[in-house]
Every structure is written in structure tokens, then in C-alpha cells.
Design a protein around this ligand. Structure first.
Ligand SMILES: Cc1cc2nc3c(=O)[nH]c(=O)nc-3n(C[C@H](O)[C@H](O)[C@H](O)COP(=O)(O)OP(=O)(O)OC[C@H]3O[C@@H](n4cnc5c(N)ncnc54)[C@H](O)[C@@H]3O)c2cc1C
Length: 385
């Protein structure tokens, strides 16, 4: 059950998505870009700083309420929602948890207002599921750090003004896992946006390579401890995975809604295909799996909030809960969107109809922020530890 506040935010987000996203999402997919102005409109309503405290210009929503709103944006367009996710999730959360007072005052209002669009550069060509093996390095120099290396699959690559870059610092205290998190201006000398990937789905999202060639940053661009950046990234994944879970629920819901409308309108053998038991059975299982996924996401959010407020997170650790939520929701989205394509028959395979895009978009939710295999490892470890 949603609270009154959650319902109000949900309605605001749903109206926004219906008016500003749904009508153009297909065009964005075809031209491989969403309109930059949509970010200004989102910022104007506070949707780029949903969990940022009010004193820094945000809406100060709790995680569960944020996820309720976020599902609506993902239902509208998965590519845009990924940008919304990075701007609201991992970057401000790491700053809030580990940044200095000065960093929070400087960066959080800039993110919440949309003045600065953020990115998160952890993965490398040889370091995806195992980010501890990254090779990007940050070397101490007079007054700060010099960063060199290459990042892969960076979302918001060409759009971002500031990138949270993870780089090996070589600090002795954390051994091989000594990695720092640095706020890097994307117009800094030596920072280059490389190849833009041609992706199966999320085509309006910019996924790029980033090269850092001796990029100099001042000391105040290091967030937290120079050796603990990887820990911060992994902590942020607990929240990030709940976000991707909500994204997957949004995509799946869009597919179900299209499938219901189509199955009522499409006639074969003289009657709507919705009247056939086989189609109804598909729709029932789709709806049930979506509801179960959403429940797991919200349960994960509750556990995460309890942990954040210093209370126990229940019998299952938060990390395992958020992994379960993403696993269930992403596999549900992949399956539901495929079923929706089947319900559309031949039309489902056509670009003019909305479900093939949803099927392409759903796939990546099983990959980023932890593949399904990695999530099963995380859950299995917590069961057998
Ligand atoms: C569209 C898109 C956007 C992205 N955006 C970002 C971003 O903004 N920032 C960022 O830092 N990264 C981003 N990523 C990267 C993403 O997080 C990684 O692709 C993901 O973590 C998987 O890493 P990998 O691709 O190197 O796969 P690999 O780690 O090489 O995995 C390959 C296969 O091996 C399996 N595998 C690996 N290790 C194990 C194991 N121990 N046990 C069992 N199976 C295993 C995997 O499950 C997978 O099936 C993005 C990726 C995509 C596709």
C-alpha cells in the first residue's frame, strides 16, 4: 500500500511521463538521443534530486518513494530513466555518505537543479563484474591527483558535465583494492569521450568509452578515503540494484499494458484474442510476476532504509535483498516483454509497434549493475555464509 505522499509523487511522475516521455520515446529510440530539454523539465519538478536533502535543493524523498516515481519514468522510456537513475542514485548517494561538507554544498545543489549532469565510470574493458581488477590509476601530484586509464560503457558519456571516476590509488592500507572515487570535470584537459557504442536497446542513452590521459584534479575532487572508493561503489550498488529493479518493473508494465490493449482490439477467428484462454493465461502470469517483482523491490527499499537509519535490515542482508529484487525484476522484464511480442504476433516484430523496443530495452537490466550470474552468487553467498 502506498502512502498519500507516495501516491502524490506517483501521479506527478505518471503525468509527466504520459505528457513528455511516452509520446516521443519511440522517436528518441530511432534518432538515438532524447531531447536535452526533458532533463530541464524534470529538474524543474525536482526529479533530478529526489533523494537529495531539501537543504541542498532536493525533494528529500525516501528510497521507496523515489522508486515509486522512478518506475513511472522507466515505463515511459528506459533510456531516459537510466540518466535519471544515475543523477538521483549512485552519484549523490556516495557524495551524501562520504563527501565533505564543502563537496555536498557544492555538488548536490548542482546535481539536483540539473546544472550538472553526472556519470559513473567504474567499468573497464577488462573489469566489469570484477571492478577490483581495474587498471585506471590515480597518482598523487602537487595539489591533487593525476588520473590515467580507460573506462568502458559509460552512460551519459557525451552528456555528463561531471564524472565520478574510480581509479586505483595504490594505497597500502587496502592492498589491491585501494581505489579512490574522483569527481572529474568532463571538459578537463586529457579527458576524452571516445567511441559511442551501438546498443541493442536503450538506444537513446549514450554509452561511450572514456579515456583519461593524465587528467589533473585538485585534492578536493577526491570523495572520502582514497582507498575506499570501491567499497563506496559496492555500497551504492545495493541502492542502484533496487533502482534497476524498479526500471525493469516499469519496462515490464509498459509491455503488459500494450499487450492488454492489443489483445482486446485484435480479432482472430471472429473474436478478440483476449478471449482465448492461452492469451489470458499469459497476461495473468505477466501481471503476477510484475506484482511480485515490485513487492521485492519495495521490500528491498524498506530493508535499505532500515539499515540507513541504523536499524537492523531484517533476517536477509540488504545486499542479498537488493540482488533478489533486481534478479527477479530483470528476468521478469525480459520474459514479459518477450511474451508481449508474442501476443502482438507478426506486428510485435515491427518497429512501428511499441513492444519490440521494450524487449530490446529489457535485456540490459539483466546485465548492468550486476549480471544475473553475479546476483545469484551474491544471494547464494548470503544463504551459505
Ligand atoms: C548499456 C550499458 C550501460 C552501462 N553503463 C555503465 C555505467 O554507466 N558505468 C559503469 O561503470 N558501467 C556501466 N556498464 C557496464 C556494466 O555494469 C557491465 O557490463 C557489467 O557489470 C558486466 O560486466 P562485463 O560486461 O565486463 O561482463 P563480464 O564480467 O565479462 O561477464 C561476462 C559473463 O561472465 C559471467 N561472469 C563473470 N564473473 C562470473 C562469476 N564469478 N561467476 C559466474 N559468472 C560470471 C557474467 O555473468 C557474464 O555472463 C554498462 C553496461 C551496459 C551494457
Amino acid at each position: 500500500m502506498l502512502t498519500l505522499d507516495q501516491r502524490a509523487i506517483q501521479e506527478l511522475a505518471r503525468d509527466f511521463a504520459e505528457g513528455e516521455i511516452v509520446p516521443v520515446a519511440g522517436q528518441w529510440d530511432q534518432k538515438r538521443a532524447f531531447d536535452r530539454e526533458v532533463l530541464d523539465k524534470l529538474a524543474g519538478l525536482g526529479f533530478l534530486g529526489m533523494m537529495v536533502p531539501e537543504r541542498y535543493g532536493g525533494l528529500e524523498l525516501d528510497l521507496a518513494t523515489y522508486l515509486v516515481a522512478f518506475e513511472e519514468f522507466a515505463r515511459g522510456d528506459a533510456a531516459l530513466s537510466l540518466t535519471i537513475h544515475i543523477q538521483n542514485g549512485p552519484v549523490p548517494v556516495i557524495l551524501l555518505d562520504h563527501g565533505t561538507g564543502e563537496q555536498k554544498s557544492r555538488w548536490l545543489p548542482a546535481l539536483a537543479s540539473g546544472d550538472r549532469i553526472a556519470g559513473f565510470a567504474l567499468s573497464e574493458a577488462g573489469a566489469g563484474s570484477d571492478p577490483a581488477s581495474m587498471t585506471t590509476r590515480a597518482r598523487r601530484v602537487d595539489g591533487g591527483w593525476e588520473i590515467s586509464g580507460q573506462k568502458k560503457w559509460v552512460t551519459n558519456g557525451g552528456l555528463a558535465d561531471v564524472m565520478l571516476v574510480f581509479a586505483r590509488t595504490g594505497g597500502a592500507d587496502a592492498g589491491g583494492r585501494a581505489i579512490g572515487a574522483f569527481l572529474v570535470d568532463t571538459d578537463a584537459p586529457g579527458y576524452r569521450v571516445g567511441k559511442r557504442e551501438k546498443t541493442m536497446g536503450l538506444r537513446a542513452s549514450e554509452t561511450v568509452e572514456v579515456e583519461l590521459d593524465g587528467v589533473r584534479v585538485a585534492g578536493d575532487r577526491l570523495v572520502g578515503n582514497p582507498s575506499h572508493g570501491l567499497r563506496y561503489a559496492l555500497e551504492a550498488l545495493d541502492l542502484g540494484r533496487l533502482g534497476i529493479g524498479a526500471q525493469a518493473v516499469g519496462i515490464a508494465r509498459a509491455a503488459l499494458e500494450h499487450a492488454i490493449v492489443y489483445s482486446r482490439e485484435r480479432h482472430q477467428f471472429g473474436r478478440p484474442i483476449a478471449s482465448f484462454g492461452a492469451i489470458r493465461s499469459k497476461l495473468s502470469t505477466m501481471a503476477t510476476r510484475i506484482a511480485a517483482s515490485r513487492a521485492l523491490v519495495m521490500e528491498g527499499a524498506r530493508a535499505w532504509q532500515e539499515r540507513a537509519s541504523g536499524r537492523a535490515g531484517g533476517d536477509v542482508p540488504v545486499t542479498a535483498r537488493s540482488a533478489m529484487a533486481k534478479l527477479m525484476a530483470s528476468e521478469t522484464a525480459a520474459w514479459v516483454t518477450e511474451e508481449a511480442v508474442r501476443i502482438f504476433g507478426g506486428y510485435g516484430f515491427m518497429r512501428e509497434f511499441p513492444v519490440e523496443k521494450l524487449m530490446r530495452d529489457a535485456k540490459v537490466t539483466e546485465i548492468y549493475e550486476g549480471t544475473s550470474e553475479i546476483l545469484r552468487l551474491v544471494i547464494g553467498r548470503s544463504l551459505t555464509a
